[in-house]
Design a protein around this ligand. Structure first.
Ligand code: CAA
Length: 382
């Protein structure tokens, strides 16, 4: 079902991302964790390298590569900087893909070229103060007025929300119809009525801003409606299927960084007259980390390959996201443990990996929601 050997193009893309991450993101990752600054320069360089439009076809200004390449890029960036990893993932999977996957030809031509270069970053405005895991509980309203819609409401925890040029906004056009009353809109963030009202202070991924957005009588032209009125919930679910591959890749990157740091430290650190890596207690932790990282990557490659093949991948992307997130959390926890007291200080990066890993079990569907999605798929025999 899946190709274990990467193609020449996939390997070359991964190697370019790895080089960029090592040369450009190593310091950035440390700095923005401390300063909470958005990595503007690094993101612009990623745009110039084609890394903000990896799976966007060349006809819309993208690199014309596949989802496997995209997943490998997010993993490599996240090894050095998980904030940059999620910025790229939210922009690509959640901002650009809904237009590519569900938009009209006119919408693709109008929006994707500027998103592929990063001139416009994308964000995905689904979550609300009262609609997190229960994504269908939207309170934001869109009311038809002539050739446009007037949108009012509030969105929470929106990755890239304060930097984005384009927001994919979900709103109720018919509250009586439940999830069938939700519609999706492409919104230029320069539209009057669009405001960033708060940036959250978080435990980790400090360089990636999570914004609260408020829409107040925001007029959006009808031609910016994605698909049809009432089909927005399906757009959101399909988008999240792909987004979960990006978050799986981010989690794998954090787990890899945790293992790499642990390998280095455990071979250098002496206790009882020998490197701590000579103790089976440490060796077993390293072995488990290595196994789980490879298993998580195989799951993510499976989901990305199915997406590239145009086959269903809802179950596989939820499995990849669930397993990779739990792997990242476990690997980062063990990395801190292996580093002992030093692992609890800001002097060692494993402390950041521990804080960054946690969010992968929460956003784009908590681990509990992934289990819900997976169980409903296996019960339907998919
Ligand atoms: N693809 C296409 N359609 C889908 C689908 C999918 N993957 N999943 C569900 N649907 C369809 C169903 O077929 C159903 O269609 P009908 O009504 O026509 O029969 C409809 O959607 C409703 O499905 P459910 O009854 O299963 O919906 P639900 O209300 O019970 O919710 C859920 C399902 C899986 C819990 C969903 O609400 C969910 O995924 N919640 C988590 C939301 C989430 O991941 N939020 C993260 C926000 S983004 C983020 O974190 C941002 C960031 O910036 C990083």
């Amino acid at each position: 079902m899946m190709e274990l050997e990467l193609t020449e193009a996939q390997r070359a893309t991964r190697d370019t991302a790895r080089r960029f991450a090592r040369e450009r993101l190593e310091r950035v990752g440390v700095e923005i964790d401390r300063t909470h600054q958005f990595p503007t320069a690094a993101v612009a360089e990623l745009g110039a390298l084609g890394m903000l439009g990896v799976f966007i076809p060349e006809e819309y200004g993208g690199a014309g590569l596949d989802n496997v390449s995209y997943m490998l890029v997010v993993e490599e960036l996240s090894v050095e900087c998980a904030s940059t990893g999620v910025i790229v993932s939210a922009h690509s999977s959640l901002g650009s893909w809904p237009i590519l996957g569900t938009g009209t030809e006119e919408q693709k031509q109008r929006f994707l070229p500027r998103m592929a270069t990063g001139e416009w970053l994308g964000c995905f405005a689904l979550t609300e103060p009262q609609a997190g895991s229960d994504a269908a509980g939207q309170k934001t309203r869109a009311v038809r007025d002539g050739d446009s819609y007037i949108i009012n409401g509030t969105k929470n925890f929106i990755t890239n929300g304060s930097e984005a040029g384009i927001a994919i906004v979900f709103a109720m056009t018919d509250a009586d119809k439940g999830n069938h009353g939700i519609s999706a809109f492409i919104v230029e963030t320069s539209t009057p009525g669009f405001a960033v009202t708060r940036i959250e202070e978080k435990m980790g991924i400090n360089g990636s801003h999570s914004a609260q957005l408020a829409f107040s009588d925001m007029r959006v032209p009808r031609e910016n409606l994605l698909t049809n009125e009432g089909e927005g919930f399906k757009v959101a679910m399909k988008t999240l299927d792909g987004g979960r591959i990006g978050i799986a890749a981010q989690a794998i990157g954090i787990a890899r960084a945790s293992l790499e740091a642990s390998l280095k430290y455990s071979q250098e650190r002496q206790a009882f007259g020998r490197p701590i890596a000579s103790n089976q207690a440490i060796q077993w932790k390293l072995a488990d980390m290595a196994v789980e990282i490879d298993a998580a990557r195989l799951l993510a490659l499976q989901a990305a390959s199915l997406k590239d093949a145009g086959k269903p991948y809802t179950k596989q992307s939820a499995m990849a996201k669930l397993f990779a997130a739990e792997t990242a959390m476990k690997a980062a926890t063990e990395a801190v443990q292996i580093h002992g007291g030093y692992g609890y200080t800001k002097e060692f990066k494993v402390e950041r990996y521990f804080r960054d890993a946690k969010i992968t079990e929460i956003y784009e569907g908590t681990s509990e929601i992934q289990r819900l999605v997976i169980s409903s798929q296996v019960l339907m025999n998919r």
